[in-house]
Design a binder for this molecule. Structure first.
Ligand SMILES: Nc1ncnc2c1ncn2[C@@H]1O[C@H](COP(=O)(O)OP(=O)(O)OP(=O)(O)O)[C@@H](O)[C@H]1O
Ligand SMILES: [Mg+2]
Length: 541
């Protein structure tokens, strides 16, 4: 609970343990076996941050975090702790918290959407589990799209773009490197899997603006953003990469604030082992780097997982505030994990840390927080404070009611499918009557729209059924570049070839026209865009 400008995490007969507001951006860990009290601890901390005026984000893996939005009720454990530690005197009352519900599938919260372009090739490769060769192709596809100012918003854009680059591989080879047809085909296939996981719902627009997470309500309480992850947890790569994307976006976009009096934002990463499982050393280095640097932006990241050994040492070393619930010590592997967990604490002469970890009751924990000067405090065995909101899930109709009054509802509810790479590639030639009349049906330049046209048959994205809107600015820009510039060049080339030969010379003309098209698009597009700057994971800056 929030008390004396800090967070009262837990207490015992002799001590109260406060997590200091000004050191809350030094990250943290909540660990413990199943059913030991991790979710309740998470809620207790989230409530305190909200009361402090700090917005938070957390994922609800089992649906039981949603109770934050409902007034708490006394239970035997709660009442016992309230009395034992005089919590009423410290301001403990049962209450509800301001919650914004989010859901990548748009069912149990506002839809969260991200564009393919924002996600970038590296994180997308992680979601799709790509091999090095496939990732190489994806990188080229992104670079071509960036250079040619073709927006990759949804999966159909990406599919069209992969087809386009693969079909015109020889044109792009010199500048970008070889694109193997086989890798491109596998890439398309893995996108189908992503679509089956709901990819068409969350790759699209209106894209999430992270500033919408960082709101306080009228009373100055930080909004608690709850991502419903019950369904999402069945797609672990997507879940963990999506959260990682959010962290890297925060890192790229938030300004430096040095050492603030309290965090600007706190991010809880539940089931954190999913992030680090099978992570390549190079990738992990980047994660380490983000976690190290993001704290100076006032952002605290709290990992939640069963055992600290799920988290790489380099990351663990940066988690200053720790709550360790009970761990089993039955098997040799578990005993080793308990030993490791115990060794991460600064010992308390009054007890054997290792001994205590495996004997903690539900809602009890070993806690160590950073002291005033930033050094880790001595580990304490405490009862974690009960949450002030409801323990357990809220009813569906109450959730629906809260969702219906959200101020962000009109902004995010409906998907929008504006003009992007898919449509641009589709329209590239159709917009130009000269090209249509002069170029033979089987020329490759015609294959672009034909192939792109196949895309919608493979997918039934609700985004496509949603009201269609256009982004005038982007459309105008691209039309200028591709429609007019290419049209003129193609027109000229086509005229030259037909006049000289007096009949259509398919093979040579195809190549010439294509080359001209690509060159003009490249040059013109580069002139109007300064290029897309990509951040640490290749996500858009
Ligand atoms: N600090 C606490 N105060 C009061 N009750 C608590 C506290 N911690 C845990 N409990 C009780 O214990 C139950 C289990 O705790 P919780 O759901 O947090 O476990 P968990 O570690 O998240 O489990 P899982 O791994 O299954 O998600 C809660 O439903 C609650 O009734
Ligand atoms: Mg839980």
């Amino acid at each position: 609970m929030y008390a004396e400008n800090n967070i009262l995490v837990g207490a015992n007969e002799n001590t109260e343990v406060y997590l200091l507001s000004k050191l809350a951006n030094r990250h943290g860990l909540i660990a413990g076996a199943t059913g030991t009290g991790k979710t309740v601890t998470l809620k207790t901390l989230a409530e305190a941050f909200s009361d402090m005026g700090v917005p938070v984000f957390l994922a609800d893996m089992k649906g039981d975090v949603s109770g934050l939005a409902k007034v708490g009720e006394p239970s035997s454990k709660t009442t016992e702790r309230m009395e034992k530690y005089n919590l009423a005197d410290k301001g403990f009352v049962f209450k509800s918290y301001p919650v914004e519900f989010w859901d990548l599938y748009g069912e149990k919260g506002l839809p969260i959407r991200v564009t393919i372009s924002e996600m970038g090739p590296q994180l997308l490769s992680k979601i799709l589990n790509l091999s090095e060769a496939q990732e190489g192709v994806l990188n080229i596809v992104f670079r071509v799209a960036d250079d040619e100012n073709l927006l990759l918003i949804d999966i159909k854009d990406l599919k069209s773009m992969i087809n386009h680059v693969s079909d015109n591989a020889e044109l792009y080879e010199n500048q970008y490197g070889a694109v193997a047809k086989k890798s491109a085909t596998t890439l398309i296939r893995s996108l189908l899997t992503l679509e089956e996981q709901g990819g068409n719902l969350f790759f699209g627009e209106p894209a999430l603006e992270l500033s919408d997470f960082m709101q306080c309500n009228d009373e100055g309480k930080g909004m608690i953003n709850v991502l419903d992850a019950v369904k999402l947890s069945t797609a672990p790569e997507l879940y963990s990469t999506f959260l990682l994307w959010m962290i890297s976006e925060l890192y790229e976009t938030m300004p430096e604030v040095g050492d603030p009096e309290k965090p600007k934002f706190v991010f809880f990463f539940d089931e954190a082992h999913l992030l680090f499982d099978d992570m390549s050393p190079a990738f992990q280095k980047k994660v380490d780097q983000i976690i190290r640097l993001i704290r100076s932006k006032g952002i605290g990241i709290y990992f939640i997982t069963q055992s600290p050994s799920d988290i790489p040492d380099t990351v663990l070393a940066q988690l200053g505030n720790r709550v360790q619930h009970a761990l089993h010590a039955y098997t040799p592997k578990e005993q080793k994990a308990v030993k490791t967990a115990a060794e991460t604490f600064r010992p308390n002469p009054e007890f054997d840390t290792k001994e205590v970890i495996s004997n903690l009751g539900t809602g009890e924990a070993l806690v160590s927080v950073l002291e005033e000067k930033g050094a880790p405090g001595i580990v304490q065995q405490v009862d974690i404070l009960p949450p002030q909101s409801y323990i357990g899930p809220i009813e569906d109709n109450y959730r629906a009611e809260l969702m219906s009054i959200s101020s962000l509802r009109s902004k995010y509810r409906d998907a929008v499918d504006r003009e992007s790479a898919y449509e641009m590639l589709l329209n590239k030639i159709d917009n130009n009557p000269n090209v249509q009349s002069e170029i033979p049906e089987d020329a490759p330049i015609r294959e672009i729209p034909n192939q792109a046209q196949e895309a919608p048959a493979q997918q039934q994205a609700p985004a496509q059924q949603a009201p269609q809107q256009e982004a005038p600015k982007q459309k105008g820009l691209l039309e200028d570049v591709i429609g007019i510039a290419v049209g003129t060049a193609v027109d000229q080339m086509a005229k030259q070839t037909t006049t000289k030969s007096g009949r259509k010379r398919k093979t040579t003309r195809k190549t010439t026209v294509e080359k001209a098209t690509t060159t003009v698009v490249n040059t013109a597009a580069r002139e109007v865009t300064k290029g897309i700057i990509r951040g640490i994971f290749g996500n858009m800056k």
